[in-house]
Design a protein around this ligand. Structure first.
Ligand SMILES: Cc1cc2nc3c(=O)[nH]c(=O)nc-3n(C[C@H](O)[C@H](O)[C@H](O)COP(=O)(O)O)c2cc1C
Length: 182
């Protein structure tokens, strides 16, 4: 069984710095698998059989992506529509019910600074608030919502800062594993 499954949704991974740093650090950890969903599904046509099996084989699920227009990249929404609709609305007993209780962690990178995500800032709402549709989805699917791993101001982060952030990410993933085992 894949212990920690990281589904990476990045529309342009070749140009990524932040998500690449996170994904590369995570993938070097034992029991952690990173799947580049955009590379697998460049046309957005998701293979439901493959992705349902992938989720069912995971002990912990991480959705990793860059924030785009206060939301997720479009492929993540396509994944919800294709995979979660099937598991939770069509084949609930055979598929969706089997995921109950599994932890889900959102790992998101943002170009803007934390102060922008405040009532007096440019983005008005906190990133946590903007991610609430994903929290509602997790709740609907009986997944165990975890405090999101959020990284701000990533475009200005130098290599050293990205390396430090990647280290925090690895530590957070390890903590997720420990908490579940406890
Ligand atoms: C189309 C688009 C929309 C974006 N929207 C936001 C946004 O709403 N808020 C924000 O903080 N950053 C936004 N960004 C910046 C990205 O979040 C940032 O470039 C990304 O997290 C960097 O990660 P990477 O190095 O892995 O590409 C946007 C970037 C693009 C290309």
């Amino acid at each position: 069984m894949t212990q920690t499954l990281i589904l990476l949704f990045h529309p342009d991974y070749r140009c990524s710095r932040a998500n690449k740093a996170l994904a590369e650090a995570a993938s070097s950890q034992p029991g952690t698998t990173v799947v580049d969903m955009q590379a697998l599904y460049p046309d957005g046509r998701i293979d439901g059989d493959v992705e349902v099996a992938r989720l069912l084989a995971a002990e912990r699920i991480v959705l990793q992506f860059p924030v785009q227009w206060y939301s997720t990249p479009p492929l993540l929404k396509a994944w919800q529509d294709a995979v979660l609709t099937r598991m939770f609305y069509i084949h609930y007993a055979a598929e969706g019910a089997k995921l109950a209780g599994r932890p889900i962690l959102i790992a998101a990178t943002a170009g803007n600074v934390p102060e922008a995500y405040t009532p007096s800032g440019a983005n008005l709402f906190s990133l946590r608030d903007l991610l609430k549709p994903l929290q509602a989805t997790a709740h609907r699917c009986a997944l165990a919502w975890q405090e999101p791993f959020l990284v701000y101001d990533v475009r200005r982060a130098d290599a050293e800062a990205l390396e430090a952030t990647a280290g925090h990410y690895v530590a957070r993933l390890a903590q997720l594993e420990t908490r579940q085992a406890a």
